[in-house]
Design a protein around this ligand. Sequence first.
Ligand SMILES: Cc1cc2nc3c(=O)[nH]c(=O)nc-3n(C[C@H](O)[C@H](O)[C@H](O)COP(=O)(O)OP(=O)(O)OC[C@H]3O[C@@H](n4cnc5c(N)ncnc54)[C@H](O)[C@@H]3O)c2cc1C
Ligand SMILES: *[C@@H]1O[C@H](CO)[C@@H](O)[C@H](O)[C@H]1NC(C)=O
Length: 371
Amino acid sequence: MTVLPNIIVVGGSYVGVNTAQQLAKAFVGRFNILLIEKNSHFQHLFAFPRFAVATGVDTHKAFIPLVPGAFRECPPGSGSVIRAAVVSINSSSVKLDRSVSVGGQTSDTIPFAFLVIATGTKLTPPSTLPGSEKSDGVAYLRKHTQMIVRSQRIAVIGGGAVGVQMATDIKELYPSKCVTLIHSRKTVMNRFHPKLSEMVADRCRELDIDMKWGARVKLPADGYPTDGRTFNVDFEDGSHIAADFAIICTGQTPQSNLIRESYPQAVDSQGFIRVLSSLQIDDPSLHDVFAVGDVAATGAPKAARPGGKQAEFVVKNIQHLMDSEPLEDYRATDPPAIHLTLGMEKNVVFRNPASGSEEPFVNYKDDGYVH
Ligand SMILES: Cc1cc2nc3c(=O)[nH]c(=O)nc-3n(C[C@H](O)[C@H](O)[C@H](O)COP(=O)(O)OP(=O)(O)OC[C@H]3O[C@@H](n4cnc5c(N)ncnc54)[C@H](O)[C@@H]3O)c2cc1C
Ligand SMILES: *[C@@H]1O[C@H](CO)[C@@H](O)[C@H](O)[C@H]1NC(C)=O
């Protein structure tokens, strides 16, 4: 039996799984696709904001087994999943935090013909969970929910999608609690047309959520207390509000450590991986290495859907490299779009206008909750 060369995908979340599936379908019989993920399960992050605040939800459902899930719809034997963290790469192999068995060999180093990095970003819990086991994740989300239940004055810091969804869910589920949505700028959802911020403001007024917008929080180095006592959330302008629980929904840290040490120029000042329009990493020695999804500086909105499009270009460009043909240019042309919950029932599908003069696409709905 001949051993096929590997195409390795690092990161088994929305974009990495999608990429691995497309590769497995395109290159069956020619390459062995290896999906390397450090967590025990695929984490369905979209559900985390609600699963971190609502009781009576089936928290387990946010964790989906990668085996057989990831390659189930792919040709048999075309791909496999390895549980490990990649600690570093070079132009021909990845180094893992543990030894694994691949193709009859046990090693902490796996060679590749092509590599795709889809390691995403890290956020503050509960958006990114501490630990890598499903059981730890389920326990963390449930504990977080219990802290919400017992708190009276909840500060939600950060007016991006996660902050807006959590604040509106909490206030609708627990109307007697005092909820403040805090944001550094005067409008929220800043990647979008200002009309979305107006819609959020209207909904906050409807639910009686306090809005402290245009004020930057001084985050304490050790985090806020979680033992139920009352503390101050301090602002840079000297003001403060009292709270007994705070949720931090700001700041995304790209998970690019695996290349930063050996290829510092391939990482931008914020830590995102620099890519060419072919989606190859912008370093002449990493010709066979691509980056996609949230970790890559592609110019695309940080969402799952653009990553699927990027995966298509990776598949096409790997084929072009093998055929010594010119590569195709990925362009991030889709305008930012989102399906945002504004409580248990109300939600909005919002898409930015393609050009400055047009109006955004808005579909405001109240079908979120099946009784
Ligand atoms: C709470 C929340 C809700 C969201 N809701 C939506 C939504 O409704 N719709 C939407 O489009 N987008 C939503 N987003 C954004 C969306 O989740 C991201 O754009 C998307 O997850 C990016 O996918 P990704 O695969 O690039 O990276 P990530 O999802 O960040 O995944 C990276 C994966 O790589 C793994 N990894 C990292 N480093 C290593 C390593 N060295 N070795 C092995 N594995 C590694 C991680 O464990 C992780 O599984 C939400 C984000 C959050 C945080
Ligand atoms: C990459 O690392 C592997 C394992 O350490 C090594 O065998 C290989 O020679 C390295 N390749 C390059 C091009 O440095």
